[in-house]
Design a binder for this molecule. Structure first.
Ligand code: HEC
Length: 209
């Protein structure tokens, strides 16, 4: 074996040892020099719900247009279904999607169109010691909802935290609008879906005319 081959081999065998720290990273995000790097891969996280604030029900300009697909990182989901709490290091992503069509063969409605923005919230005592509840809020949505920025600075607390503090059902998170989170709170295996027969809802089928 020549020297180059030996060198290559030793690098390959040592690599897993050298990088265990980053592979086993505790947080699903990177926050450095006061900026959050735009998270990637979140569509592989756990999907918790889609609130809709369509422009046409908000004077043509919803604060967060229009569908909001919300995801939580898998470690924080595991912690949530076990304890019913958001762990330090939780990140939730809110991906904005336009209303593409208002009619389909299934009926009238709001159907998802194009991706138009990306927001995030993170709970971290270490990174955001002075934010209320240690939650910080970010937006990667560019001008006119045409582009995404690579990094984002946290909004001032007054812009976002207040509303989340006062009106969100759990900690600073609007779990009342995410049935996956509200039904799964501290319920272990049942949080994962498909295990219960009783849907435990108050839905009433529209009566026959
Ligand atoms: C007027 C109240 C209000 C303000 C101000 C507000 N939000 Fe929210 N936010 C909500 C509501 C209600 C939801 C859930 C329903 C929805 O998405 O429409 C939500 C959901 C979110 C979520 C998904 C996770 C969660 O906590 O439920 C993110 C991320 C988010 N907002 C980011 C922001 C950012 C960034 C700002 C500041 C620019 C902000 N919000 C300001 C009311 C608010």
């Amino acid at each position: 074996m020549n020297t180059i081959k030996m060198l290559l081999l030793s690098t390959i065998t040592c690599a897993p040892l050298l990088f265990t720290g980053s592979v086993e990273a505790k947080q699903a995000y990177e926050f450095k020099n006061g900026e959050l790097t735009r998270p990637t891969g979140y569509r592989e996280w756990v999907y918790v719900g889609t609130p809709v604030t369509p422009n046409d029900m908000n004077n043509g300009k919803a604060a967060f247009p229009e569908h909001h697909n919300v995801y939580i990182d898998p470690k924080s989901w595991a912690h949530w279904k076990k304890t019913g709490k958001f762990r330090d290091g939780t990140i939730l992503i809110k991906e904005l999607v336009s209303v593409g069509s208002k009619a389909a063969v299934s009926g009238q409605g709001y159907f998802q169109g194009e991706f138009i923005g990306l927001e995030a919230t993170i709970k971290s005592k270490a990174d955001f010691p002075n934010e209320p509840g240690n939650w910080a809020y970010f937006s990667f949505s560019g001008e006119g909802h045409k582009t995404l920025t690579k990094t984002a600075k946290a909004f001032p607390s007054a812009a976002c935290n207040g509303c989340h503090l006062v009106s969100a059902a759990d900690d600073f998170v609007f779990t009342q609008y995410y049935p996956v989170l509200s039904a799964g709170k501290g319920t272990g295996k049942n949080a994962t879906g498909g295990h219960l027969n009783d849907l435990k809802n108050s839905y009433v089928e529209p009566g026959a005319k």
